[in-house]
Design a protein around this ligand. Structure first.
Ligand code: HEC
Length: 95
């Protein structure tokens, strides 16, 4: 499911406008931690309705579920916002 979601992410070219760990396009926000920040219902609404800037994606229910599984997996892999990191005096960082 996660890999299927990743391929939908790639095919839909979400990265053209969104970042993962700060890398990608800058028209939309970084989506690394969107799963916990916003939740699956909010993400689904964006995919189905779009906005003035973000296009509507005509994805099947199963494809949306796969994309959500990918975003959940991505979210669990770490935090993307360096402003939330603690910088220690010896130069190391903690998340
Ligand atoms: C043409 C550019 C573009 C593409 C392509 C695009 N988005 Fe977006 N997306 C945006 C913009 C811009 C916003 C911010 C809302 C706004 O300003 O309209 C956004 C907002 C979002 C949000 C809400 C984030 C938040 O924190 O509020 C989610 C979730 C999202 N996009 C998911 C996706 C996914 C998944 C894909 C690929 C299937 C995708 N987007 C493709 C431009 C894009």
């Amino acid at each position: 499911m996660v890999l299927k979601g990743k391929s939908i992410w790639q095919q839909s070219n979400c990265i053209a406008c969104h970042q993962v760990y700060g890398l990608g396009g800058y028209l939309g926000p970084d989506l690394t931690n969107t799963y916990t920040l916003r939740g699956p219902a909010y993400i689904t609404a964006f995919l189905q309705s779009g906005t003035a800037i973000m296009p509507k994606f005509h994805l099947k229910k199963i494809e949306i579920e796969a994309l959500l599984a990918y975003l959940q997996n991505l979210d669990a892999s770490g935090k993307a916002d360096p402003r939330t990191f603690t910088i220690n005096t010896n130069g190391t960082i903690e998340q």
